[in-house]
Design a protein. Sequence first.
Length: 216
Amino acid sequence: MTFLESGDFPTHPNEKMPGDGVPIRPAIQKGGHSDSFGVPLTLALRISRFIQWRERWLIQGGWSEKEAKGRLFVSGKTGTPLGNKTITQMIGSAFRKIGVEAGRGAGVHSFRRKYAEDSTRDDLSSRRAGGYSTAMEDVMHGTAHRLGHRSLSSQVAYQRAVHASTHKDHTHELRTSLEEAESELAVAKAENAALRAELSRRGAPANPKGGKKKLR
């Protein structure tokens, strides 16, 4: 996450993107890997809007890509790239604030583990619904690819998800619907904010009583 660059993401992601979501290939990866990862379309759209906001934010702060070096996440104080362990430390600090004493790196890794379990459950549900093999190695293959694992033995901690109760067959569909609803809400909020900014620029602030004011 720390080494992601704004250029890693397409400017206008769309539904025609192939495979397991919008393909992203970070330049710097753990262990020197060069894997491609699929980012769900709903998340890719949110990141696209964030990148547009990021460009305006850098200008307002008096910075440019010279300071940001293209990194997606930069410091709010200097506009320069975050340190290698900054995100990990921030998540660990947040865990401690809610009373969870996570070991070094365990806090951020818990999100990875949660993603792996959800991903595996989704694959299991999908394969079961389609009548495909639900053997451990077949189900875990997709999750291994998404996590960048070279071997299924790396996923021993995640395999319990395959044995989850079968009453969660619709988990994937429900999660997808929720993500789509959240994405639509984010779009509506962004459009509302843009409209308010335009009204303010034209000197016609929104009337709190619902009345209309003629624009010039």
